[in-house]
Ligand binder design. Structure first.
Ligand code: PEP
Ligand code: MN
Length: 363
């Protein structure tokens, strides 16, 4: 897949690129007031509003539907904003196109369902409209890529991914855990696919938003989608995570912009020195791993000779416990070491298995 650069279909004079507007379009007055205040802060490249709201439980605010598309035309007319709305099926898509919505987005609950994404993609055949694809609710990168491919196969090259975090069953302070390795893997596989981060839906409350917004920029993500409402306390959905346009302005003002590269020779030189150090350390690490694997082979042969099982639960528990303790003393994160131990242990089992299954050549 080859994508069109973001600035060709979403031009902005401001950095970082900001998409903002309320979670849901509630009334003409709410949209116009929010849009007027957003116009005043002059940071926003695209005005968002949910017209059909996918809600977890029935009887919650499910959006105002087609009527809200007429209000959004008014926002466009009065304040000159380009508009984006969420579409979840063919009918939404047809209506959004009919009312001149500039950019469509596919929500997390829709990306999980290839039938729905395909239905939307079919309506989009031959239509030149940019589409943003949110990640599916759960951490499935293939499903996210699959959604993007379905849109792409309908002929659309103006595509962005939106990272809105992932459902997590364990304890987390986020509404949706960021799990940064996933968007980073997406970037690795599709370097020219723009990725926009949605701190509002990752955080679920406005206190955490600055941290995630900064992290997105630190990682070189291409823009931010942030929900805003002229008075979040009366919002009909996602009240905890919406910002007033004034708060949005303050937040963006405090963000530190980072460049993917620098032309400064001194900085580049210093970076190069540090990278050479990392190269040497990695070389040492690989040599140490080689030594470790050789000892494991010996352990494997010895266990084979004496009919001892490969997996030893107590030894494994001891390894996990002691390495975590050693690492913590040095200020290395326990989780990091536990993950590393897991990888080493998997490899150790594999090596010993190979030793056990190899025939003795001498005998
Ligand atoms: C939204 O953007 O308002 C929304 C419903 O988001 P998500 O699909 O990420 O839950
Ligand atoms: Mn929302």
């Amino acid at each position: 897949m080859q994508f069109e650069p973001l600035h060709t279909w979403l031009p902005t004079k401001n950095e970082p690129l900001i998409i903002s507007g309320p979670c849901g379009a509630e009334s003409l007055e709410q949209l116009l007031t929010t849009a007027r205040q957003l116009k005043e802060i002059d940071r926003v490249a695209l005005f968002r509003a949910g017209v059909w709201k996918p809600r977890t439980r029935p009887n919650a605010f499910e959006g105002m539907g087609e009527e809200a598309l007429i209000w959004l035309q008014e926002v466009k007319k009065q304040y000159g904003f380009k508009i984006t709305v969420e579409v979840a099926n063919a009918q939404h898509t047809e209506l959004a196109l009919k009312y001149g919505v500039d950019v469509l987005w596919i929500g997390a609950r829709t990306t999980v369902n290839p039938f729905s994404v395909q239905e939307i993609a079919d309506v989009l055949k031959g239509v030149d409209v940019p589409v943003m694809v949110k990640n599916p609710i759960h951490a499935d990168l293939q499903l996210w890529i699959g959604g993007i491919e379905r849109v792409y196969n309908s002929g659309i090259k103006k595509i962005a991914a939106i990272h809105r975090g992932f459902h997590y069953y364990g304890k987390t302070k986020y509404r949706n855990k960021p799990m940064w390795p996933l968007p980073i893997e997406l970037r690795t596989q599709f370097p020219d696919l723009p990725i926009i981060v949605d701190p509002s839906h990752i955080c679920g409350n406005r206190e955490l938003i600055p941290f995630i917004a900064q992290k997105a920029l630190d990682l070189g993500m291409n823009g931010l989608m942030l929900e805003s409402h002229y008075d979040p306390s009366i919002a009909l959905s996602d009240a905890q995570q919406q910002l007033t346009p004034k708060q949005l302005n303050e937040l963006i003002g405090k963000l530190i912009l980072r460049q993917p590269n620098t032309g400064d020779a001194v900085v580049l030189d210093k970076l190069q020195q540090l990278r050479s150090m990392i190269d040497e350390i990695d070389d040492e690490l690989i040599n140490v791993l080689k030594k470790r694997n050789q000892v494991i082979e010996q352990i494997g042969s010895y266990k084979k000779e004496h009919n001892i099982t490969i997996f030893q639960l107590e030894r494994w528990q001891e390894i996990l416990r002691t390495r975590a303790q050693w690492a913590e003393k040095l200020g290395i994160s326990r989780i990091h070491i536990e993950r590393l131990c897991q990888l080493l242990h998997d490899e150790s089992i594999k090596i010993q298995n190979d030793v056990m299954n190899s025939r003795d050549v001498e005998s």
